[in-house]
Design a protein around this ligand. Structure first.
Ligand code: PLP
Length: 393
């Protein structure tokens, strides 16, 4: 029974066991990690807000006004004026009547999907959807139909097999590939089949669309096109938590039916205060998105000049496909030895044989830091460690 030691040994042998590094200081491209000065390209802090002093100050003010803990669930007495103000600001930001806060994106997805569909209903999912959307489908008890990544014909075939109330679920930006879902075509497909499109825009909010309103906004799509929008606060907005936005009925329904909303402690009100400040910065400081676009162009141009192949992406997520897990790890280790952190992403996060280096950029990066990454990558991939990896791509 429970031979965890043996399970761990098997994982270690396969190079799949994970470990954690210890970080000091606020989030940013340069951090002390495991006692060393490291330049990192791995956070989801796309706008460079996670270490922003004005947001930290709002958190401090919020905690003096509301204390550190909310004390209970939203439906008891954990729902503060600050939470409410943030919900209104988020709804207005994404152009929808209402929004509802959740403590994490994972919980927002689980709670929302399981509240909307159940036995006799269906979820149709992109194969590369985030684990939380996949788990949400499983938890809901609905019939689960998966389609080939970003393949709208495949989605249509699965939609035609759906029964009952049907949710078409997709990431807006795919977290491990960096590509954008074919949203206009998915909207059409969902509409034809009477399904509801739900978009998880964890990596799009703050980054894409005018004013950072998200991936749907990038295509001019809104409430009528995708009735359910999920966004997270822990990525571009630099705090923690998530929200679901939609019409009045959706939000009122979720307040009573989403179990991950009902049966959990409300996020600290101070975090809501901090996020309001973050949202203001994200909306107003357009230079952060412009800087990000410049860095993406710089990285891709530089990579092409060095003969490195990045996966197709125009988002801050810029992976290099390596293939073999051990090889990806070896390249990541060699970069680490040079003081650069780029994580090797391996199964089960990505499919078998699809291990990759996942580079992410932030508006807080300097152009020279991107250049240093490129030079170091080129040197590592040309070395014995990397040449095997290069052959594998
Ligand atoms: C990060 C992420 C989540 C989970 O959000 P958390 O707030 O970190 O729990 C959900 N979906 C996608 C696509 C994500 O990238």
């Amino acid at each position: 029974m429970f031979d965890l030691h043996q399970r761990l040994e098997a994982r270690r042998a396969a190079g799949l066991q994970r470990f954690r590094r210890q970080v000091e200081g606020p989030a940013g491209p340069l951090q002390r990690i495991d006692g060393r000065e490291i330049l990192s390209f791995c956070s989801n802090d796309y706008l460079g807000l996670a270490g922003h002093p004005a947001i930290a100050e709002a958190l401090r003010r919020g905690s003096l006004a509301y204390g550190t803990g909310s004390g209970s669930a939203h439906l008891i007495n954990g729902h503060s004026r600050a939470h409410h103000a943030l919900e209104e600001a988020l709804a207005e930001f994404v152009g929808r009547p209402r929004a509802l806060l959740f403590s994490t994106g994972y919980m927002a997805n689980l709670g929302t999907v399981a509240a909307l569909v159940g036995r006799g209903d269906s979820v149709v999912e992109d194969r590369l959807n985030h684990a939380s959307l996949i788990d949400a489908g499983t938890l809901s008890g609905a019939k689960r139909l998966r389609y080939a990544h970003a393949d709208v014909d495949s989605a249509r075939r699965q939609l035609s097999r759906a029964e009952g109330d049907t949710l078409l679920l997709t990431d807006g930006v795919f977290s491990m590939d960096g590509d954008v879902a074919p949203l206009p075509a998915l909207v059409e497909a969902a509409r034809e089949c009477g399904a509801w499109l739900m978009v998880d825009d964890a990596h799009g909010i703050g980054v894409h669309g005018s004013g950072g309103r998200g991936t749907l906004a990038r295509y001019g799509l809104g409430q009528q096109d995708a009735p359910v929008l999920m966004g997270t606060l822990g990525k571009a907005l630099g705090t923690a938590g998530a929200f679901v936005a939609g019409d009045e009925d959706l939000i009122e329904y979720l307040i009573g039916a989403a179990r991950t909303y009902l049966f959990t402690t409300a996020m600290p009100a101070a975090l809501a205060e901090a996020t309001l400040q973050a949202l203001t910065l994200a909306r107003e400081e357009e230079w952060r998105r412009e800087r990000l676009s410049e860095l993406i162009v710089r990285l891709r141009g530089g990579a092409a000049a060095l003969g490195l192949t990045l996966m197709p992406s125009d988002t801050p997520i810029q992976p290099i496909l390596i293939g073999d897990s051990a090889q990806a790890l070896a390249v990541a280790d060699a970069l680490w030895a040079q003081g650069i952190l780029v994580p090797a992403i391996r199964p089960p996060t990505v499919a078998e044989g699809q291990a990759r280096l996942r580079i992410t950029l932030s508006a807080a990066h300097e152009p020279e830091q991107v250049d240093r990454l490129l030079e170091t990558l080129a040197a590592v991939l040309a070395s014995p460690v990397g040449s095997v990896a290069a052959d594998a791509t």
